[in-house]
Design a protein around this ligand. Structure first.
Ligand code: AMP
Length: 112
């Protein structure tokens, strides 16, 4: 399967890693939209939020255990935003489930 984020997990495409364990990989977004912009992804290929089900939701729970630890390590003490774009109307550009962590400044009030 030709998937950009699977290639990043495999090390075939370079990335700036901020966290890794047996289930999760986190790295800096190549086009940051905030002073801190990190992508947190499962190592298994799930195409989007729409692909989460009872068979794979444990990794999603684990991602949400990792996110506060990553945010703390990044010094996001003032707060941060977690976003996952799902599908074309949400402008999802990479079809491998990912959660954006955005922070390091006062973020916009509007999300859409
Ligand atoms: P989305 O538009 O929600 O699917 O988010 C995809 C994100 O992946 C965008 O914020 C891109 O900047 C980011 N991205 C694309 N290619 C790379 C890459 N090679 N390394 C790091 N981030 C990337």
């Amino acid at each position: 399967m030709d998937c950009l984020f699977c290639s990043i997990i495999n090390g075939d495409i370079p990335s700036t890693k901020v966290y890794e364990d047996e289930m999760v990989y986190a790295f800096r977004d190549i086009n940051p939209q905030a002073p801190t912009h990190i992508l947190v992804i499962p190592k298994i290929h799930i195409p989007s939020v729409d692909g989460i089900d009872e068979n794979n939701s444990a990794v999603v729970a684990h991602i949400f255990e990792c996110i506060p630890k990553i945010a703390k390590a990044e010094g996001l003490n003032g707060g941060y935003r977690v976003v996952s774009n799902c599908g074309d109307n949400a402008c999802q550009s990479v079809k491998h489930l990912h959660f954006h962590i955005l922070g390091g400044k006062q973020l916009a009030d509007s999300m859409a």
